[in-house]
Design a protein. Structure first.
Length: 278
């Protein structure tokens, strides 16, 4: 597979649709039990537990074959995926859900808010030319009930804003010396679906903007050792990935989570202010 340092295509979004091989990168480890198996445009994370594999997000349908190859390259069997956890109901995150469920028999998890919203006509994203494969959700998240798989615990947090049911994840796992490491990923921080024009277009309330800001402030209180984004472009993840793809130590940064949330919240505040002045 291509090296991580490969040049990113000029239009990364449509490259995943038209020439997906241009977005491929080698998989790499980001935490003791977690591996990046996504592409240059959108993330997907594989969690190795003593009771099977958990996959967070599935990329677009057009790049699922690369995701499957990345899992195999790491030495895992994609048919051993037991749970598919979706951050939110956008085709770049749930596009491969049905395909991977058929391959593995895994249960699909999603927030109830997004499962209901994605079925509304105004949520249709097929106009962008990506293949949309319908899927059924098996389980809804319950933020009061962690998902436990062997010695790995996955906590969820409704993080409305990017979508009504956008969900963030906190994964507690032991490192090689038995010490607890917490990895986190915000389910969606893109401002493209939080501006007033978009929210009005798809008949979603402007209150989602304040929901996002409150969520950022509350989640800052969580202790996080390693955080990675749902889209590589939202951080320096690819830039700091070491040559040794199994070495996750460069990703350890206890301050990064709060800084990341502060930056995204401030960006949204500026977006809101621009909207007021328009």
């Amino acid at each position: 597979m291509a090296e991580i340092s490969k040049k990113t295509p000029k239009n990364i979004v449509f490259a995943t649709r038209d020439t997906p091989w241009e977005t491929v990168i080698e998989p790499f480890r980001v935490a003791p039990r977690i591996y990046y198996v996504g592409n240059r445009f959108v993330g997907s994370f594989l969690i190795d537990t003593s009771e099977g594999l958990v996959l967070i997000d599935t990329t677009v349908f057009e790049t699922v074959y690369m995701l499957i190859e990345s899992i195999r390259e790491l030495g895992f069997d994609p048919r051993n995926i037991k749970k598919i956890l979706l951050t939110h109901a956008h085709m770049d995150h749930d596009g491969g859900a049905r395909c991977l469920k058929e391959l593995s028999g895994a249960e699909i998890y999603e927030a109830k808010e997004d499962d209901e919203w994605r079925k509304r006509p105004e949520a249709d994203m097929s106009g962008e030319g990506f293949k949309i494969i319908p899927y059924e959700v098996d389980q809804y998240y319950d933020d009061n009930t962690p998902i436990v798989m062997g010695d790995v615990t996955i906590r969820t947090r409704l993080s409305a804003g990017h979508t009504p049911g956008c969900t963030s994840f906190f994964v507690d796992m032991p490192d090689e010396k038995g010490r607890k490491i917490t990895w986190a990923m915000h389910g969606g921080v893109g401002l493209n679906t939080m501006n007033a024009e978009y929210l009005n277009k798809v008949h979603l309330p402007l209150s989602l903007q304040q929901d996002f800001l409150r969520g950022c402030e509350e989640m800052k209180k969580e202790h996080v050792d390693i955080c990675t984004p749902s889209h590589p472009s939202h951080s320096d993840m690819l830039q700091i990935a070491p040559e040794d793809h199994m070495d996750y130590r460069p990703f350890i940064n206890e301050k990064k989570w709060a800084d990341f949330l502060d930056e995204r919240a401030e960006s949204l505040r500026k977006c809101i202010d621009i909207g007021k002045d328009a």
